[in-house]
Design a protein around this ligand. Structure first.
Ligand SMILES: [Zn+2]
Length: 380
């Protein structure tokens, strides 16, 4: 693992730039509010700004910002671009499993935690380990408010073979050449283990309305997004699905939901506007956690990508399944492990991030009994 400082110079440069922008702004404001009056009141200040060879950035201490993140870099296999919580999976960016998904059995974990308020429709249903706890927390908080214990997981992880069977069955049923209801094999998020479908055990008709609306409106607090919405149908290519949830992690679910994006738009936004070498996406969530997010292109030539990571702060790295990696810095959370150690999967548990997520269970680490399960619903 190579480790080097790569951004101190960048930090200093950006501090200078900020200062210059502030001063430019002050001058423009003076114009806007009537230069004469401002000149009379602030003669000395304005004079110094208009002085010919004033370089205001030189006067400012550049090391004073304690919030400035310092980056080192770690080496990540470029092939890992297809792994992580933020991978985009659709017709254009298919998912090819290497069999390394860390799957956990939903009903077995429920039983070990004494959870009876929801269950998987079939006992062999599995889900990727980091998505189990957010799902359980969401449904636990829902149950505690509405005492509805009819929710069932009607679909979760699917093998590529099973997705193919679903797709072919749908074409046979509809007589169409392509389906907008069932994803092609390789195009389904269910093959990643990061998605699940909800239903209920009375009519098997989950519509996200009535009490269920609470689930759809609050899922982002748990790191989950409603993946196929009506307003994004043109982009996702899918009919709206009020029952299909996708785990992306709390920071990203928060940003995506608050800004009314779909995952396609979010991945594009990061790739196009927030590379490591430029401005980073910075925001805070409702819990007061500050995030800094940026994109790093995968180095496909060398097979290894040098990914900048913050020193001393918690972070996650995820591939985007398109062309690179997304680094998420938790700016007010110290690193849980030694600086420079990757914290890709184990740091994505929603339970420790979300104060709203209060269940009696501990994080779902016991994932060794993973087995692959097929689901029987006919959604994408
Ligand atoms: Zn689904």
């Amino acid at each position: 693992m190579s480790k080097k400082n790569v951004s101190k110079e960048k930090s200093i440069r950006s501090t200078k730039l900020t200062v210059e922008l502030i001063f430019t702004g002050a001058i423009l404001c003076a114009g806007a509010f009537g230069l004469k009056g401002v000149l009379d009141q602030n003669k000395v200040v304005l004079k110094s700004q208009y002085a010919e060879d004033t370089d205001v950035s030189i006067e400012v201490p550049t090391e004073a910002d304690p919030n400035q993140v310092v980056f080192s870099s770690i080496d990540v296999p470029s092939a890992d671009v297809s792994k992580g919580d933020l991978i985009l999976v659709n017709d254009e960016h298919q998912y090819v499993s290497d069999g390394s998904e860390n799957l956990v059995n939903i009903n077995e974990l429920n039983e070990s935690y004494g959870i009876t308020f929801f269950s998987a429709f079939e006992d062999d249903y599995t889900i990727i380990s980091q998505a189990y706890q957010p799902m359980a927390d969401l449904l636990s908080d829902y149950y505690n408010q509405f005492f509805d214990d009819t929710i069932t997981i009607y679909g979760s992880y699917r093998t590529n073979d099973f997705q193919r069977q679903l797709y072919e069955a749908d074409l046979e049923q509809t007589g169409e050449e392509e389906s907008t209801r069932v994803a092609k094999p390789g195009s389904s998020e269910h093959e990643t283990g990061l998605a699940f479908d909800l239903s209920e055990t009375v009519n098997y008709d989950y519509n996200g309305e009535g009490d269920q609306a609470w689930i759809n409106e609050n899922c982002y607090h748990y790191g989950l997004i409603l993946r196929y919405t009506e307003d994004k149908q043109d982009i996702t290519g899918f009919e709206p699905e009020s029952w299909h949830f996708r785990y992306v992690g709390i920071p990203h679910a928060y940003y995506i939901t608050k800004n009314r994006l779909c995952l396609e738009e979010y991945i594009d936004l990061l790739r196009g506007n927030f590379p490591y070498t430029g401005a980073h996406l910075e925001f805070s969530d409702d819990s007061g956690v500050d995030y800094e997010v940026f994109w790093v292109p995968a180095d496909t030539e060398s097979g290894t990508t040098s990914v900048p990571v913050p020193e001393g702060l918690k972070y996650t790295i995820s591939g985007n399944n398109v062309d690179g990696f997304i680094v998420t810095v938790y700016k007010n959370r110290p690193a849980a492990t030694a600086p420079g150690e990757p914290q890709v999967q184990e740091e994505t548990s929603a339970a420790e991030e979300d104060p709203a997520a209060e269940t009696e269970e501990e994080t779902a680490e016991a994932a060794d009994d993973a087995e692959s399960g097929d689901s029987e619903d006919s959604a994408e």
